[in-house]
Design a protein around this ligand. Structure first.
Ligand SMILES: [Zn+2]
Length: 94
């Protein structure tokens, strides 16, 4: 589980875009790789829409160069799932 955590960096889409803008062309390629829709519900995402960039979320696996995009409702659902998993893991180790 801790291994998984290290590999997967979670970010607000805004921070992600910021971090890319600061960096090299390699990072800009990651920006190109942001999907144009929510991975879960396929709601359309506009990279040039500031409000959307501010409120949507991405997860980045830099090694695999995989960028996943979630709209706020799906992100909250995903968080619940992760929290649930964590709780179960804690129960096991306790
Ligand atoms: Zn969604």
């Amino acid at each position: 589980m801790s291994n998984f955590k290290r590999k997967l960096r979670r970010n607000n889409a805004r921070n992600f875009v910021k971090s890319i803008k600061k960096k090299s062309t390699e990072q800009k390629m990651l920006f190109e790789m942001i999907p144009d829709h929510c991975l879960n519900c396929y709601a359309p995402f506009d990279k040039t829409d500031r409000e959307m960039v501010n409120s949507w979320f991405v997860t980045v696996r830099e090694k695999e160069e995989v960028v996943k995009l979630f709209c706020p409702p799906c992100w909250n659902k995903a968080k619940e799932i992760v929290d649930d998993l964590k709780e179960r893991a804690n129960e096991k180790s306790a």
